[in-house]
Design a protein around this ligand. Structure first.
Ligand SMILES: Cc1ncc(COP(=O)(O)O)c(C=O)c1O
Length: 480
């Protein structure tokens, strides 16, 4: 069994095994004709169920053959140009190389004595990101597992900085289309059920700052405490960017923590064309960035950044066995002092490899390309009488719905769109997402693949229309 341990004596086996795995994935990626095979849960589950985990195969080739059956064959492939669903990006090769290196060396970024250079690399990337945001000399931050955790940590710091001991009095203000992790965080942080005040959005799905001002005033009048305003720079559905400068003004006026959830919009930090869309982000107290959304990084890769490094002390706990207080005086950099996690992956290495290979401009160029593609897609949708499209994209999503020529019942139109999404998924020809707007079912393209062309968008729209029409035809037959 020791032959499976990665060490000085098994380097050759490591090389062979990993190369075999890479060969399989490379062959798969090259041969993938659709983003999905359309396999069903009922078809796949028995294949996985029948595997006896207490009966190992002992042989890498056999294990990879089995993996082909239970995973690789039917996985959802984000690199395919017709994967248009969620906020998943195709990944860049330097980052995948980083992933292979970081898991083999297996540094843990909690303490210097488990990582050494890894800690300094992460710190340099945090500094690089805070500089791009413009958070100033005292800024700091830490890599996290994702936007949900980054938002949670930011709001934890905001809660601790708030001027009250009564959790029930705390209020968080976020737009009605902000990410659900804000509400989840409020719950995890022990705030009251009404803690998150939903602020309406304008026609472009951006937070209405007049309404925000009114709610902040009401909060003060009611003797409540404004804990934080969460501005979203790139909402999940619409890619809309809340008016950051106006929100910053209000946060200053009401002495409130400003958190910017730029999980999606952070790609603009590298953009060569649209960086100005997030002007005002530099005034935030904390910022969430998801490199695994718009920096083309493999999951996970995210960070929470703060204007004032001292606020990270709210996440600090000194454990004698790990990071005793004296290490601070000794100037030993232990990232666990700033993190909600203890053992932590060296995800930063992926971004490091990316920046050292492609540079930030390389990433920005790719993100600019998908934003341009979304504009082309919007033009197609706006000119197509078969579809209703909700807003012009600021980033790279499109929310729309199929409108049949001779059906007026909104519930029937809902059903046709729901059916079209499901049927498309089952066919594996393309994958699109769905959401609700004004209580009605819509479809969504999230465009994060620069390989997707306007012709792919046009073809998928035709497929959607075809499936919706098929549903409506069968629905008529059922009725008659
Ligand atoms: C705006 C926004 N914030 C936060 C998140 C949560 O990020 P994660 O899925 O990395 O936890 C998302 C995910 O889509 C998001 O769109």
């Amino acid at each position: 069994m020791r032959s499976h341990l990665l060490n000085d004596t098994t380097a050759e086996q490591y090389r062979r095994s990993v190369t075999d795995g890479v060969e399989r994935v490379a062959a798969k990626l090259a041969a993938t004709e659709r983003p999905f095979t359309g396999v069903t849960v009922d078809a796949l589950a028995p294949r996985i169920d029948e595997i006896d985990l207490d009966q190992p195969l002992h042989d890498t080739t056999a294990v990879l053959d089995e993996l082909e059956e239970v995973y690789l064959r039917d996985a959802i492939y984000f690199h395919h140009p017709r994967y248009l669903a969620h906020l998943n990006c195709p990944v860049v090769i330097p980052a995948v190389l980083g992933e292979a290196v970081l898991s083999a060396v297996n540094s843990s970024l909690d303490t210097w004595d488990q990582s050494a250079g890894g800690t300094l690399i992460e710190r340099k990337l945090i500094d690089w990101t805070t500089a791009r945001i413009g958070l100033g000399e005292n800024a700091d931050g830490v890599f996290t597992s994702g936007g949900t955790q980054s938002n949670l940590q930011a709001l934890l710091l905001a809660r601790e900085e708030a001027k009250t001991d009564t959790l029930a009095k705390l209020r968080i203000f976020a737009s009605e289309v902000s990410h659900f992790s804000v509400k989840k965080s409020a719950k995890l942080l022990g705030l009251g059920q009404d803690a998150v005040v939903s602020i309406p959005v304008d026609h472009d799905k951006r937070m209405q700052t007049v309404a925000l001002a009114r709610e902040l005033e009401r909060c003060a009048e009611d003797g409540l405490v404004p804990m934080a305003v969460v501005a979203t720079a790139g909402t999940t559905d619409f890619g809309s960017i809340d008016p950051l400068p106006e929100i910053a003004e209000l946060c200053e006026q009401f002495t409130t923590w400003m958190h910017v959830d730029a999980a999606y919009g952070c790609g603009l930090l590298a953009s060569l064309k649209h960086r100005d869309l997030i002007n005002g982000i530099e005034r935030a107290d904390s910022v969430t960035v998801d490199y695994h959304k718009s920096f083309f990084q493999p999951v996970s890769s995210s960070a929470v950044l703060v204007r004032d490094a001292a606020t990270l002390r709210h996440a600090t706990y000194h454990a004698e066995y790990l990071n005793p207080r004296r290490m601070v005086q000794e100037r030993i950099p232990n990232q666990v002092d700033k993190s909600l996690q203890t053992t932590r992956r060296f995800d930063a290495l992926k971004l490091w490899m990316t920046l050292r290979t492609m540079g930030a401009d390389g990433i920005g160029q790719l993100f600019d390309e998908v934003c341009a593609l979304a504009r082309e897609g919007w033009k197609l949708l706006a000119a197509d009488p078969r579809f209703d499209v909700v807003v012009e994209p600021s980033l790279s999503t499109l929310v729309f719905r199929y409108i049949p020529a001779n059906v007026t019942d909104p519930a029937e139109i809902d059903r046709a769109n729901l059916y079209a999404r499901k049927a498309l998924f089952a066919s594996g020809d393309a994958i699109v997402a769905g959401t609700k707007v004004g209580g009605r079912h819509y479809l969504k393209f999230t465009l994060l693949n620069p390989e997707t062309q306007a012709s792919d968008i046009a073809a998928v729209l035709d497929l959607i229309a075809g499936h919706a029409e098929q549903y409506l035809g069968e629905s008529l037959d059922r009725a008659s």
